[in-house]
Design a protein around this ligand. Structure first.
Ligand code: THU
Length: 135
């Protein structure tokens, strides 16, 4: 994949931290999805006083892609940003959702505000996934 495009995706994920609504944890997560047509859509974590209703940044970004009319095969890459070191890795719920909603070998760039970058995939994050094929 073109390095310039990947850098734009990562910049967008870092920028998306500004959209985070996280008054309780104060932990800002930004995310960005790259689509086949070049569009980049952002998401961020959105918390609630009833803590369990919080939605993670990466799920919001992927849900946004679907709600904009894109499908699984339109998704080319995902980036997730945080401020911690090493960069935050998706929680268990996000791994399950990513395994179903984005292609299993999609590159996922985990980044932070210090310039660290880890590249992974849904396949690596959730081996032996329970999927629609299991049913
Ligand atoms: N969070 C995410 O947005 N993504 C993850 O994969 C891990 C956790 C958010 C949820 C909550 O708003 C904050 O980070 C602290 O858990």
């Amino acid at each position: 994949m073109n390095e310039q495009v990947i850098n734009s995706l990562i910049e967008s994920a870092l920028d998306a931290q500004k959209l985070s609504y996280s008054p309780y944890s104060k932990f800002k997560v930004g995310a960005a999805v790259l689509l086949k047509d070049g569009t980049i859509l952002q998401g961020a974590n959105i918390e609630n006083a009833a803590y369990g209703l919080t939605m993670c940044g990466e799920r919001n970004a992927v849900f946004r892609a679907y709600c904009t009319g894109y499908k699984k095969d339109d998704i080319v890459a995902l980036s997730i940003s945080s401020t911690c070191t090493p960069p935050a890795s998706p929680c268990g719920s996000c791994r399950q959702v990513l395994a179903e909603l984005i292609p299993f070998d999609t590159p996922i760039y985990l980044v932070n505000t210090h310039g660290d970058k880890i590249v992974t995939t849904p396949r690596e994050l959730l081996p032996l996934a329970f999927t629609e094929e299991s049913l």
